[in-house]
Design a protein around this ligand. Structure first.
Ligand SMILES: Nc1ncnc2c1ncn2[C@@H]1O[C@H](COP(=O)(O)OP(=O)(O)O)[C@@H](O)[C@H]1O
Ligand SMILES: [Mg+2]
Length: 267
């Protein structure tokens, strides 16, 4: 099979691991920049790995590539990628799944403010007063925002659940480097990962969320709150490094096996 990965940097851990897994299973793989026209490729499986840099341009290009290259399978398609990636659209699609409450206007404190198209914790802020909120809104001028209830009992902890197809591939608990001063547990911000066991309810919730967003694979972030597990986000382009190192599982290969079995059952 011919795989094409859209990735800005071919030496990123996740890109490298996918390449190894694809080649290890006897397939051909090419890597192109997410904004490339990808001339001359015959593609069975397209894997877009779109990051934050020039995200909207990359997404527009992905939409065109899906038509032009007509791959047999795209993990994950532009339409599904975007509705998961956009925090407000995703919250609406997941309306009947337990999540932190969303507010139309932030009028009680503390409140979480999220830049709808941010990732890696960079656009997520905790505002404890009107003054902090004003500063935050000033910084985020022109961005689409989601206002959300702060789940204080999570205390800098959350759980990343890696789903492939409709199965849990691995899970890890992430703890912010210093939970007294940092509520975001993203590994890119210094968070530390430990293996964790999920309850059946948590597993089902993550699988349901991924299914509703029609993703082939995803990283689901959830917090354990006083009212049970709540979904924070469903990441359509989850990193592989933290989860593979924490779980000692070959997640890249599981993604490739999923793509193979999809093609085999649809050919
Ligand atoms: N409503 C919330 N209450 C408490 N902590 C939160 C909340 N939302 C996000 N966080 C923390 O901030 C981190 C980043 O938020 P997330 O919504 O996953 O955005 P990103 O796409 O930037 O990772 C989460 O992993 C979690 O630790
Ligand atoms: Mg996250």
């Amino acid at each position: 099979m011919n795989f094409l990965i859209l990735s800005r940097l071919s030496n990123l851990y996740s890109t490298q691991r996918l390449v190894q897994a694809i080649q290890g299973r006897g397939h051909h793989v090419a890597i192109e920049n997410p904004e490339s026209l990808c001339e001359g490729h015959s593609v069975d499986i397209l894997i877009p790995r779109l990051g934050g840099f020039r995200y909207e341009e990359s997404l527009t290009n992905l939409r065109q590539l899906e038509k032009k290259l007509s791959p047999k399978k795209t993990l994950n398609t532009a339409a599904n990628f975007h509705q998961a990636r956009h925090k407000k659209i995703s919250a609406q699609v997941l309306a009947d799944i337990p999540q932190p409450r969303a507010f139309e206007t932030p009028d009680c404190f503390p409140v979480i403010v999220k830049d709808c198209l941010s990732s890696q914790g960079e656009g997520v802020f905790l505002c404890r007063s009107q003054e902090e909120l004003q500063n935050c809104l000033y910084k985020l001028q022109g961005r689409e925002l989601l206002f959300q209830e702060f789940i204080s009992e999570s205390q800098g902890h959350d759980i990343r659940v890696f789903i492939i197809g409709d199965k849990v591939a691995a899970a890890m608990e992430r703890v912010a480097a210093d939970p007294r001063t940092e509520f975001r547990s993203n590994l890119s911000l210094g968070g530390i990962a430990h293996p964790v066991s999920l309850t059946a309810e948590e597993e089902q919730l993550c699988i349901q969320a991924v299914r509703k967003l029609q993703l082939d694979y995803a990283g689901v972030d959830l917090v354990r709150s006083h009212r049970g597990p709540l979904i924070l986000e469903v990441n359509p382009c989850p990193g592989l490094e933290g989860i593979e190192k924490c779980s000692h599982k070959n997640i890249a290969e599981e993604i490739v096996v999923y793509a193979e079995s999809f093609l085999n059952s649809h050919s």
